[in-house]
Design a protein. Structure first.
Length: 64
């Protein structure tokens, strides 16, 4: 009977380790996706700021 218990325990540990590995992989994917979204947002804001600066330069040039 102890052999069956050992196999059962080993299988449970195997499944737990697999679940942990899958959870860690999903967490890594989520973090990578979040970084990608943050980078895209930063690029959009940077372009918006550059357009605003260009418009300010044009307005100043027209005023002179």
């Amino acid at each position: 009977m102890t052999t069956d218990q050992n196999r059962s325990t080993d299988m449970n540990l195997l499944h737990e380790n697999l679940a942990r590995a899958q959870q860690a992989a999903r967490l890594g994917e989520a973090q990578q996706s979040r970084r990608g979204h943050e980078m895209a947002r930063a690029l959009r804001l940077s372009r918006k700021a550059e357009r605003a600066a260009q418009q300010a330069r044009l307005a100043l040039a027209r005023a002179l």
